[in-house]
Design a protein around this ligand. Sequence first.
Ligand code: NOJ
Ligand code: CA
Length: 705
Amino acid sequence: MKSLFIVHIIFLLSLYNYGNAQELKSPNGEFEMKFSLEDDGRPTYQLSYKDQEVIKPSYLGFELKDDDTSLVNNFKISDTNTSTFDETWQPVWGEEKDIRNHYNELAVTLKQNKTNRIMRIRFRLFDEGLGFRYEFPKQEHLVYFVIKDEKSQFAMTGDHTAFWIPGDYDTQEYDYTKSKLSEINEKFDNAVTGNASQEQFSKTGVQTALMLKTDAGLYINLHEAALLNYPCMHLNLDEDTMVFESWLTPDVNGDKGYMQAPCNSPWRTIIASDDARDILKSKITLNLNEPCAIEDTSWITPVKYIGVWWEMITGKSSWSYTDELPAVQLGITDYSKVKPNDTHAANNTKVKRYIDFAAKHGFDGVLVEGWNEGWEDWFGKSKDYVFDFVTPYPDFDVDEIHKYAKSKGVKMIMHHETSGATRNYERHMEKAYQFMKDNGYDAVKSGYVGNIIPRGEHHYSQYIVNHYQYAIEKAADYEVMVNAHEAVRPTGICRTYPNLIGNESARGTEFQAFGGSKPNHVTVLPFTRLIGGPMDYTPGIFEMDISKLNPDNNSHVNSTIANQLALYVTMYSPLQMAADLPEHYEQFMDAFQFIKDVAIDWDKSIYLEAEPGAYITVARKEKGSNSWFVGNVNGTTPRTSTIKLDFLDEGKKYEAIIYADAKDAHYKTNPQAYKIKTKKVTSRSKLSHLSVPGGGYAISIKEVN
Ligand code: NOJ
Ligand code: CA
């Protein structure tokens, strides 16, 4: 399957070596990375692109706990190794059928004077940017160590514009703030307002993937790849010097990472281009992860699903079976003895209706949350409540539902809300996954709402990062696909474990039911959160006035229907939900047709237009077919998007169905106004459409004979 060409050469053209300094060039020569040791033996690197500085000289190293020496200086170069790598691999699912992994590499082995400790820094320079990581080979003088601080710097060349969210250790579910770097501090508290865990911050920090734009029009993205057995990195800014420094999520004791050589850090990534589309196109994050570790991947399939979810998120229906507090609070263990409320969503009758709707319209799966005992205790007084993941409420018959879904050709999707109790989940995991297999479930949406139990740990500390990974790998043993909400933001691990088909780890559609999100939010996410992997964004909302579902909820979905359709293309994910209620889709069957038609796995993706915070237009070719789908999402300013269809095969004829905003549409005042047009097109066609504030368009293109 895989074509693999590894050539180890001393490539004189791309590497210069003079004393304590080394230079590395990207395969196309546009990027140049310089590594050097300062006089005191302190490692530094710098990066340029097309002769422009991207990263000014920046230090690398570590402070260690209980250690006077640390790993910041007094190094000498003991060895350097260069190589070039060029491989094309095929992901199990993805934006592309073939992904090229092409880079030049420099590995500098450093030895610290006196301590004789060895630290290797490995740089990989791609045509899209740089990845580097620290490696600690097996050695005599450094075996077990605790990281006090990682000191990786990213020195900015000026006061760039940034799209950022606060450096919270427990949530990423924020609206993005666009500001100058120099304004982060002043805008920080305002950016935090409204989110839960206000004590748990790196106070001057922002999260990655961080999207930046320089005044000269250079786009820079900072993130990490292959976050394994290590805490998640935030970036702290020194406003005086405009230097970002890595800030690792601490554990309960304030320690950062427990290490045992041989070991390594995740990759730190810097993607840069003068064309914003290249940031979206980059495959650096995936390429810096290890190849697929699962031998037989035939059970991993993209999933389009609906679910009994939006009713609960909007407050129309409840997760809980009863309004009383039964089990823990009242000492009652038998739910059939308590008074049911009349709002419990996960009941046999309603779930069968959803299964019927899924079967009728060709969806693969139905997600049911609130099916298991304990939600009233957890929502009620007991923030320490833990679930067992196998005990259904009396009105949800797992076996009956399984048989019914099977008879209709629909798969049920499991839900495991862990209540943040990671150790409890680990204890129940094998039983819970086995329960899924016994009852016809192949995929689980898991969740980590609330403070982590054990208390004092954070969602992004090393110990909890290891938990998420444990859940993914254990799931693979059971052939279970995972979609983890509130888990650490992804870093391309889905290359190695493609059963990780989704994550939330950002502000998803649910926030549209908690007051709303900024109308341009979806023009930022692909530049930030999606750099690490697909998001279970749960699009497809057609009824924007939430008070129509729940009179006590005045939220408004800040998006037009055409924008919601476009999200299936612009927010790449092999897992796509049609989140709204069947009765809302039934009111707009012509628009719903796009959600039914749109593919979820692709041979090719072409970013046609992009500007963070303003607009994104992408065309994707369906896997194994000649059909294309185009999506455009727009920010807050009305804009005409003009695209050429020159990606279509020359000489062939196609029919395009265009779902666009009506002229008078607007995310706030007229979100449901759209128009649908059918048009004959070829590779010579050019299309122009007005996208209104919070709007966009979606197009499906099929070949006709
Ligand atoms: C928050 C998740 O994002 C949401 O999708 C889920 O339904 C609730 N937690 C309950 O687990
Ligand atoms: Ca969430």
